[in-house]
Design a protein around this ligand. Structure first.
Ligand code: DQA
Length: 146
């Protein structure tokens, strides 16, 4: 089984950006946790981050050609703006879980809208880095559609 963990804009700045909201762990720390969890689950994982919307669309399309079985996706700010990203996830038909480090439901009004959610199996928010690991668990051992 092969998973893709995809992160959108500014998530490479974890540990630097707004630590009161996103914590003090760095992007490298997050990648280390994800790789260790993939080993534990016995799955292959590819990790990709981009600050550019089109690069994220390309990564989703490439996942189709690479026969990726599941995507853990934090589109960051593009969550709230991007129809292109929604369309890409719909196009590939790969089971995808939306992840947010912060509890977006308790934040600004403009963060309440998620375009990508309509194409995702589930949303996990407000659980910090742990949310990525839960999403991996869910893709490997699905517990039914949320
Ligand atoms: C985020 C929440 C988004 O609203 C924000 O734009 C981000 C990160 C999160 O992980 O909590 O960049 O997706």
């Amino acid at each position: 089984m092969k998973l893709l963990v995809l992160n959108g804009p500014n998530l490479n700045f974890l540990g630097i950006r707004e630590p009161a909201i996103y914590g003090s762990g760095t992007y490298e720390d997050l990648c280390t946790l994800i790789r260790a969890h993939a080993r534990k689950l016995g799955v292959e994982v590819e990790i990709f981050q981009s600050n550019h919307e089109g690069d994220l669309v390309d990564a989703i399309q490439n996942a189709f050609y690479q026969k990726v079985d599941g995507i853990v996706f934090n589109p960051a700010a593009y969550t709230h703006t991007s129809v292109a990203i929604l369309d890409a996830v719909k196009a590939v038909g790969i089971p995808t879980i939306e992840v947010h480090i912060s509890n977006v439901a308790a934040r600004e009004e403009f963060r309440q809208k998620s375009f990508v959610r309509a194409a995702c199996r589930k949303t996990i928010a407000g659980k910090g880095f742990q949310g990525y690991l839960e999403a991996m668990d869910e893709l490997v051992h699905p517990r039914g559609k949320a």
